[in-house]
Design a protein. Structure first.
Length: 438
């Protein structure tokens, strides 16, 4: 029987890394955030742990006497003793190389962790004790430790201040434009790491507006992912082409379009064919499966914004073990964490409850979010679409849609008015004519 291959590790590198600290204590800043598991050899792991403790106590970490004394006090002298420290100090190095050592040790640890997760996947797949969804999630996590860009769990106040100053000095907001000038003025666009909820009752134009956000971002050269649980990619593209070319969608379905209309459709199709948009079309998607697909696209450099249509159609993947409010709340938290993890804006479309229809005023409020649970809490910004002409045929607000910003974590609430063309389900800036979204 073939002996198992040893796990990736480099004992000499570990000793050189710690020797660099004994030579130059300032080198510790590069090694301090390595997890204990990054030190594969038990003796170097214990020595690194002792250095952590001394540093936390404000004591010098290059004092071998202190190190040996604490090792004896805590029962670690069998591993960390004079002979071992002497061997570490014979390593030829300087503090200059500490950053390189940290990078290499993190990479070796990532490889070992990937192997551990792969073995775990094989075990559960063999035993059959996990469902397909849980196995798929486990499989998606196998390679993630190989990303050596993993950040420390801590940020110094100085680093936070520097990042804040960089934000202040930036001439433009670090956000993707919505494509609507007045809405950008209200919410500053879509910021990385934030979750945006766009909610409305049926027939308000929720999908049209959400998809226009995606198209506008793609037109600006950003990579967009669309998780559509309500309609297939072909249907979304068809609606977008009809809107852009000012062609009645029903005429396309009934095959009664004119020659000029079909020519306009072909022109817009050719113009937008290369837009960087990718669709996740499975109708039984779960929060976990959307997160897996998003991570793949982001890792490939193909995701700058994610649109999800719509929240209440996403399953939790737990087979009915929770009530629907709990399920939606779990999915909402998953999507918020995903936005923060990938540092992209995530736009989630959502249905509103029928409570809107029961009130004299049909304008939505936060409590109208259907099966809201944690949605209201998780979202950084919540927007509603309201069209008075839908409820009041004699209104003086014909052709106008109100985008009500009901919550904005970092800004004011308020209302933005957009032009709305009900024939072609098209939104536009109210201050100027815009013949097409594409």
């Amino acid at each position: 029987m073939t002996a198992p291959r040893p796990l990736p590790q480099n004992h000499d590198l570990e000793r050189q890394a710690l020797a660099s600290v004994l030579i130059d204590p300032l080198a510790w800043q590069h090694l301090a955030d390595l997890p204990p598991e990054a030190w594969y050899n038990p003796a170097t792991r214990e020595l690194a742990g002792l250095m952590h403790e001394l540093h936390a106590a404000g004591l010098p970490i290059d004092d071998t006497g202190l190190i040996l004394g604490r090792a004896g006090e805590t029962g670690r002298a069998q591993l960390v003793n004079g002979a071992f420290l002497g061997a570490v100090m014979t390593a030829e190095t300087t503090g200059f190389y500490a950053e390189h050592y940290a990078r290499e040790l993190r990479a070796l640890h990532g490889r070992r962790e990937a192997i551990r997760r792969a073995h775990q996947l094989v075990h559960h797949a063999t035993e059959g004790d996990l469902g397909a969804e849980e196995l798929a999630t486990l499989a998606s996590q196998v390679a993630s430790p190989l990303d050596v860009r993993t950040r420390s769990g801590f940020t110094t106040h100085a680093d936070a201040i520097d990042a804040a100053l960089a934000e202040i000095e930036s001439p433009t907001p670090n956000a993707l434009s919505t494509g609507y000038a007045d809405l950008d003025d209200q919410i500053l666009g879509f910021e990385p790491g934030a979750m945006y909820v766009l909610a409305a009752r049926p027939a308000m134009g929720k999908t049209a507006m959400g998809y226009s956000f995606a198209l506008n971002a793609a037109k600006a050269g950003k990579h967009v992912g669309v998780a559509s649980l309500e309609m297939p990619a072909k249907a979304l593209a068809l609606r977008a082409l009809a809107t852009a070319a000012s062609v009645d969608l029903n005429k396309i379905r009934q095959r009664t379009t004119t020659g000029p209309e079909r020519e306009r459709l072909r022109v817009h199709a050719n113009r937008t064919r290369a837009l960087p948009i990718r669709y996740m079309e499975a109708t039984d998607q779960t929060g976990a499966s959307i997160a897996r697909d998003a991570r793949k696209l982001r890792a490939a450099g193909q995701l700058d914004l994610l649109l999800i249509d719509y929240l209440q159609l996403i399953e939790s993947g737990k087979g009915g073990s929770e009530n629907r409010v709990q399920e939606v709340s779990q999915v909402s938290r998953t999507l918020k964490k995903l936005a923060m993890e990938l540092q992209i804006p995530v736009i989630v479309l959502s249905q509103l409850s029928r409570a809107v229809e029961m009130r004299p005023s049909k304008k939505p409020i936060l409590s109208d979010l259907r099966e809201s649970g944690a949605v209201e809490q998780d979202a950084d910004t919540v927007m509603f679409i309201y069209r008075d002409e839908y409820y009041n045929k004699e209104t003086d607000q014909q052709g106008i849609a109100e985008i009500i910003v009901g919550k904005q974590r970092n800004g004011p609430v308020g209302t933005v008015k957009l032009a709305y063309n009900s024939e072609f389900v098209r939104f536009a800036n109210l201050s100027r004519a815009e013949p097409a979204l594409l």
